[in-house]
Design a protein around this ligand. Structure first.
Ligand code: FAD
Length: 465
């Protein structure tokens, strides 16, 4: 058993954990980071954001190439080498994890591999490949993230996969069911469809990506109907694993009357915080019944010297939220007076078209009784969208009715996520419609649509198609 004494231990090396550790080290705090994985980067870098985006890039190029045949350029039928595609994805992950290891070394952050659990208010025991280590710390940041939710009635079977299994890309099934119409399921379904799988998506609620506005999802769903067979207001009630496939029984509005056979089922029904498996109670940290840890605006738990960040402190479970929370925790630990108090956190679904929103959605504005007005610009009226064969899109802005202040914005369309930053900045800066309308956007760009939506609100554009 080896022993380490440190000023700060960070438990979990995802985007929250490594951002916190690096910021703390930069501010002169002696830091140890613990993770069960061999590499830094957590879920996001190893089995989440990054590998999925590498595969989505491949999917997008396949689709774009095939669309060009409409415009006189034909490449022929694509053929797929699944091993090479997997290698590409792994190389992207490898490049970034190597970069993080270098950044960690440069800052003298000590990376201890192993599974950590609290043994007291100032001690953590880590069980790793090299044996056990006891870490005595002055301060701790819990950044242990989340894991996929599994459904109890679905049998354990190699053909039932979660997002991590889907990213392994062992093979391309002929027919796959995506159980859950949220972001992760839609992204992975997009990859497998581009590589030749037939995809069914089943969603219990009445729209895909339930957090996004209905009109945005209507545009998305219209486009995706060509790619996926989508069953809304429908649920899976049983999965029967037989030799020749998984037989799935459905119930609800669009349920097939007989069980349907699939080669694979991807369960993508959400993620569960890892708060319950850390023995946090031994350090006196309260964990709620779902596994979340409650924190204040400085990311402090109920125990003054222990902080928590990332997926395990609550929604939205997104990497960029974890990073910002990590910075706040580290800065507070280093003696600075900082708070996590953003006006908005962007969300993006990296399908094609992408779905992106930031700030208030219309749904939330209604629920909160906000006096708002929306302005939407259809991409069918955008020169750049027409020139790029990307007219399946829409930009929607939400303004405070009386003041014109920007409250939120949403987009569906190619590269929507890349354009969201402008709306986020407008919200953070307290900008109003006039500020956005008077900002000269380059022509022809898709993000002109943000300025044009502001002009619609202002009343200076009235003749849209
Ligand atoms: P995590 O990244 O979950 O990392 C936690 C780490 O803690 C893990 O490495 C785990 O091994 C370690 N750990 C847990 N318990 C222990 C323990 N007891 N001892 C030692 N180590 C432990 N978010 C986005 O913003 N954009 C995206 O495009 C996006 N795409 C995604 C795609 C997929 C397929 C998935 C699954 C997720 C995606 N996410 C995305 C979500 C994003 O990955 C998470 O929000 C983010 O990783 C959370 O960061 P975190 O720091 O809280 O912890």
């Amino acid at each position: 058993m080896s022993e380490i004494k440190t000023q700060l231990v960070v438990l979990g090396a995802g985007p929250g954990g490594y951002s916190a550790a690096f910021r703390a080290a930069d501010l002169g705090v002696e830091t140890v980071i613990v993770d069960a994985r061999d590499t830094l980067g957590g879920v996001c870098l190893n089995v989440g954001c990054i590998p999925s985006k590498a595969l989505l890039h491949v999917a997008k190029v396949i689709k774009e190439a095939s669309h060009l045949s409409k415009h006189g350029v034909t490449f022929g039928e694509p053929s797929f080498d699944i091993d090479k595609i997997r290698e590409y994805k792994d190389s992207v992950v490898g490049q970034l994890t190597k970069g993080l290891a270098g950044m960690s070394k440069m800052r003298k952050v000590n990376h201890v591999q192993g599974y950590g659990k609290f043994t007291g208010a100032n001690t953590l025991e880590v069980d790793g490949k090299e044996g056990k280590t006891t870490i005595t710390f002055e301060k701790a940041i819990i950044a242990a993230g989340s894991e996929p939710v599994s459904l109890p009635f679905i049998p354990e079977d190699d053909r039932v996969i979660d997002s991590t299994g889907a990213l392994e890309m062992k093979d391309i099934p002929e027919k796959m069911l995506v159980l859950g119409g949220g972001i992760i399921g839609l992204e992975m379904g997009t990859v497998y469809e581009a590589l030749g799988a037939k995809i069914d998506v089943v969603e219990f609620l009445d729209q895909l990506i339930p957090a996004a506005d209905k009109d945005i999802m209507k545009v998305f769903t219209k486009t995706y109907k060509d790619k996926f067979n989508i069953m809304l207001e429908t649920k899976v009630t049983a999965v029967d694993a037989k030799d020749d496939g998984l037989y799935v029984t459905f119930e609800g509005k669009q349920a097939p009357s007989e069980p349907v056979r699939y080669d694979k089922v991807l369960v993508a029904v959400g993620r569960r915080p890892n708060g319950k498996v850390l023995d946090a109670d031994k350090a006196g940290v309260n964990v709620d019944e779902r596994g979340f840890i409650n924190v204040d605006k400085q990311m402090k738990t109920n125990v003054d010297h222990i902080f928590a960040i990332g997926d395990l402190v609550g929604q939205p479970m997104l990497a960029h939220k974890a990073v910002h929370e990590g910075h706040v925790a580290a800065e507070v630990i280093a003696g600075q007076k900082h708070y996590f108090d953003p006006r908005c956190i962007p969300s993006v679904c990296y399908t094609e078209p992408e779905v992106a929103w930031v700030g208030l959605t219309e749904k939330e504005a209604k629920e909160k009784g906000v006096n708002y007005e929306t302005a939407t610009f259809p991409w069918a009226a955008s020169g750049r969208a027409i020139a790029s064969d990307a007219t399946d899109g829409m930009t929607k802005m939400i303004f405070e009715k009386d003041t014109g202040r920007v409250l939120g914005g949403a987009m569906v369309g190619t590269n929507a996520g890349e354009m969201l930053g402008e709306i986020g900045l407008a919200i953070e800066m307290g900008a109003d419609a006039e500020d956005v309308a008077l900002t000269i956007h380059a022509h022809p760009t898709l993000n002109e649509s943000i300025g044009l939506a502001a002009e619609i609100f202002e009343g200076s554009i009235t003749d849209l198609p």
